[in-house]
Design a protein around this ligand. Structure first.
Ligand code: MN
Ligand code: MN
Length: 410
């Protein structure tokens, strides 16, 4: 093998291995940079979908620092089948659709003004973030105490596993929201519905249970309703009174996340967190709402306690997930997309657009936990860090001294 950088001509079958370099460390080399002078390497002759490819520049031409490969961590509600009924619709990503996500399943739902998600309960806890409009939510606590609340864009609710609830869109435009169930297998089509139980109980048992003649049940629907139209809810307090709400009698099931104080805020954006420390009801789902300005980035970090399930609300991003191996893969995200980072795997999320990037992270845990790479390195003997990275101590001293959350705009 010669020291020449020239690629071999016809008949030269010698593997062309560059010396590993900064920014392109791998042997055998990966990435477009290795194909310089050998255009045939990158030929794509098969069927292509240019519209789809254009959304994934980092998939098509990965950064030279990427090294294949690990389970795919991208999915999207944009490609999830939408179940539409009169009154609203829903689409979901369960583990059947998104194999890597075994801790969280997601649902994106819309209810028109007055539209009702039928009274129901299920085996898993339900966390939700309102993304548009307003919704009236009802539930019952473990002690049997009712809650009736209105939630609006940026608000959360949390219903523990097994506790019954309903959702109804408010005027004028109804409600759109994302649900996170604390089990990747939970499907929106796999819930225990009030109408199904009535229909599948002998009428004389219904009569005995409620102390009325069985004819009272002769007009119940024979098929479940799931989502159906209704009258736009009226005065909240009147509904609370008629349901027997005792104010202060039970733990709040809602939390105004977007109105809460950020845990990190600077010129690059902000991070707000809701977990059982400030939203005690949320015993099994912790969440963060991240706003990242153009040019800024959610800093390099990882989460020791749970997988991170992401939902992108606005803007565009790229994320690289660093895994053992080493493996590192970069993927692009847009509004409506979902990402998943296994616990402890390193990652950053960079705003790649010219508008704000807004996304949420949810975790199957009672609390939010993170390790910031910069915070870690700032809290070690500088000599020790310098010995690893060959970076002079005086340069290390200029690194951030604590967790930033989002990198500031410089
Ligand atoms: Mn539910
Ligand atoms: Mn994260």
């Amino acid at each position: 093998m010669t020291s020449s950088n020239e690629t071999g001509g016809a008949g030269d079958t010698t593997p062309h291995h560059e010396t590993p370099t900064f920014g392109n460390p791998d042997l055998p080399p990966e990435g477009l940079v290795n194909a310089a002078g050998d255009a045939a390497s990158t030929t794509m002759t098969g069927p292509q979908n240019p519209a789809l490819e254009a959304l994934f520049p980092n998939q098509m031409n990965a950064p030279a620092t990427d090294i294949s490969t690990q389970p795919f961590f991208w999915s999207s509600f944009n490609i999830s089948p939408r179940r539409v009924q009169r009154g609203g619709w829903a689409r979901e990503l369960t583990q059947s659709d998104f194999a890597i996500s075994d801790e969280i399943a997601g649902v994106n739902m819309y209810l028109e003004a007055g539209g009702i998600r039928e009274l129901h309960w299920h085996q898993t806890a339900e966390w939700s973030l309102m993304t548009r409009g307003g919704c009236r939510v009802t539930t019952l606590s473990r002690e049997g105490l009712p809650s009736v609340e209105d939630v609006f864009e940026g608000d959360l609710w949390f219903f523990p596993a097994g506790l019954p609830h309903s959702l109804q869109g408010l005027g004028p435009d109804g409600a759109e929201f994302v649900l996170a169930f604390d089990d990747g297998g939970q499907s929106e089509s796999n819930t225990l519905l009030l109408t199904d139980w009535f229909t599948h109980t002998p009428p004389d048992v219904l009569a005995k249970n409620f102390g009325v003649a069985q004819e009272a049940f002769s007009d119940i629907p024979l098929h479940n309703l799931w989502i159906f139209p209704g009258d736009v809810p009226g005065d909240l307090e009147a509904d609370q009174l008629s349901a027997g709400v005792q104010w202060g009698g039970t733990e709040p099931v809602i939390f105004r996340l977007s109105q809460s104080k950020p845990v990190h805020e600077n010129s690059g954006g902000s991070i707000r967190i809701a977990d059982s420390t400030n939203f005690p009801a949320a015993k099994t789902v912790a969440a963060a709402l991240n706003i990242v300005e153009p040019g800024a980035m959610r800093e390099l970090h990882w989460h020791p306690n749970a997988d991170e399930w992401q939902y992108y609300l606005k803007g565009s991003a790229r994320m690289t997930v660093f895994n053992t191996g080493p493996h590192a893969n970069t993927t692009d995200f847009h509004a409506g997309d979902v990402g998943l980072v296994r616990r402890n795997l390193g990652h950053y999320v960079e705003n790649t657009g010219d508008e704000q990037l807004i996304y949420i992270e949810t975790f199957r845990s009672d609390h939010y936990e993170e390790v910031s790479l910069a915070n870690w390195l700032a809290h070690l003997p500088p000599k020790l860090v310098s010995a690893h990275l060959n970076i002079p101590e005086e340069v290390l001293a200029t690194f951030p001294r604590e967790t930033q959350g989002i990198t500031p705009i410089r």
